[in-house]
Design a protein around this ligand. Sequence first.
Ligand code: SF4
Ligand code: SF4
Length: 430
Amino acid sequence: MSEKFHFTSVSDECIKCGKCIPVCTIHQVNADEVTSPRGFIDLLGAYQRDELDLDKQAKDIFESCFLCTACTDVCPNDLPTDMVIEEVRADIADKFGIAWFKRVFFTLLRHRWLMDIMMKLGFVFKTCGFKQEPKKSGMVPRFNLPILKADRLLPSLSKTSFLNKYPQEIKTKGTRRVAIFIGCLANYNYTSIGDSLVDVLKELDIDIFIPKKQKCCAAPAYFTGDFYTVEKLAKENIEYFETFIDDVEAIIIPEATCSAMIKHDWEIFFKNRGMTDWEERAKKLNKKIFMATEWLHNETELKELLESRGVNFEESVTYHDACHAKKVQGIGEEPRALLRANYELKEMSDSNRCCGFGGVTMQTEKFHLAQAAGKPKAAMIKESGAQIVSAECSACRMQISNSLHQNEVDVTFKNPVELIAQSLKEGKSN
Ligand code: SF4
Ligand code: SF4
């Protein structure tokens, strides 16, 4: 087992005020003190003091956290519950190992060329990652493989990935230049997000650099405790980013989870392991990492351009605040301001409530919890009366699209960048 992280420094600071409990995603679907931020922290303190064995029951409890960060957002002591759970999951992975289908998935994430081939064959998401109709245990016994619920909506695969579709350099008439980090779901599944971002940047006359050797941000591995994969991917990406960072104004990312991982979690990861050199290198890059709508809103005249096109769509939009956008990076007003130029926005009752994605384990072995957390989100989207739900996060897209499907809510999901590109296109043709 790895040396224990300093969990007691967090557990000693918990004043048991309970402010985190009403907002906790797992507590909302499993109202038990044990599965609450305060409960997790208490157990971690006991684990540090050798009063708690990291047995199967403890594993089950720590794997039920959605890592949504809702608790950290309200905690008066700023306790990083999500981060300490990520740390204990590495101990869990050390002790119990990582399920073979996740190991296969993380191996693919570490080797883009292999992922490209597998995605071309079109079966990674269908055979390795997700559940079918749950048996008693929720797994296919012989292969220890989670199987897919028959009516589950999964993202389809694109024939050509975003990174393979475009040249490395896209020139415009302008003098500004940005790089795009695309994220795996937008690279292989929701490729219209990248297409839209390219279209928007071209309209703004901003040159585009598409770094072809970019790798996964490592978020899926981080949330699962596979720290070997996290270290490898973060280091390789940092080394690569450093080769071009001085030649671009920014690296823009139309994905909240990837952006939060690169901007915040790489640094924390290296800090927690005492790798100060890498921590500093990650920190230095951070200054140029932005979510796409954040950068487009704050650094360009896009809003004015959208307003000048004079398009007013009949369809209305309700905006979901992805946890990794709003709670981790404070981004929420920027995409709304851009969308308001051409769409009516209808706020849902609690846009900040987690959609229930929760990561690879939640989407496989604990999918019943993801489904339970997704139901109220689908209901509030329906109640908003909007025809489109938008969030700058493909993990939310996957979870919300499925929740809408399973709860028979007829609302379409779009990334805000897709909606913005559509506005520009429509305005041009008018
Ligand atoms: S990260 Fe989310 S699910 Fe986990 S303890 Fe905090 S509020 Fe609850
Ligand atoms: S809000 Fe923070 S201090 Fe209060 S119980 Fe939750 S974790 Fe502890």
